[in-house]
Design a protein around this ligand. Sequence first.
Ligand SMILES: O=CN(O)C[C@@H](CC1CCCC1)C(=O)N1NCCC[C@H]1C(=O)Nc1ccccn1
Ligand code: NI
Length: 183
Amino acid sequence: MLTMKDIIREGHPTLRQVAKEVSLPPSAEDISILKKMMEFLMDSQDPEIAEKYGLRPGVGLAAPQININKRMIAVRVEDQRGELIDIGLFNPKMISHSLETTFLDNGEGCLSVDRDVPGIVPRYARIKVSGTTIDGENVTLKLKGMPAIVFQHEIDHLNGIMFYDRIEQPDPFKQPLPPKEVV
Ligand SMILES: O=CN(O)C[C@@H](CC1CCCC1)C(=O)N1NCCC[C@H]1C(=O)Nc1ccccn1
Ligand code: NI
């Protein structure tokens, strides 16, 4: 099973690289890696297992965080209806997004960042993401709310972007402007 020692931390060069496309259909090895990433999220969200193995609870994980420079992400998070989104994707791609932006009131953290970095991290409020599932199925997901934020955080990792790169300086709490009303 993956544990925190498998997760690289800021300063490791892999976190700043652009990850490579996974060749499809996915190899048995790539499928195994993505399954382990999904299992990590499940384990990290189980209080007993997380406690036993010292896991920080995660709702998303990108392959570069376990030092694998491939375009693979895992997400396990509830949407606003309380529905669990539990998915692994090869080659996820944001194919469209709203003008409207949103952000987590308490800011964002990262399993690869062992410090608090306060500030507003602007994200698109609604996005469409395409990708290939573990079963080799091509899917397109329409996302909003927390799932949309998590997918954007993970896809950023595939492009070497950390959440704090998006915090406005010098005013970390400057509210992003609302899009101009289309008249
Ligand atoms: O790239 C992936 N990562 O770095 C793991 C991150 C991904 C999330 C950070 C913000 C959006 C995606 C992660 O899950 N965390 N970051 C560190 C603190 C714990 C945890 C977290 O935010 N948990 C959470 C948040 C809301 C509701 C429930 N749980
Ligand atoms: Ni992260």
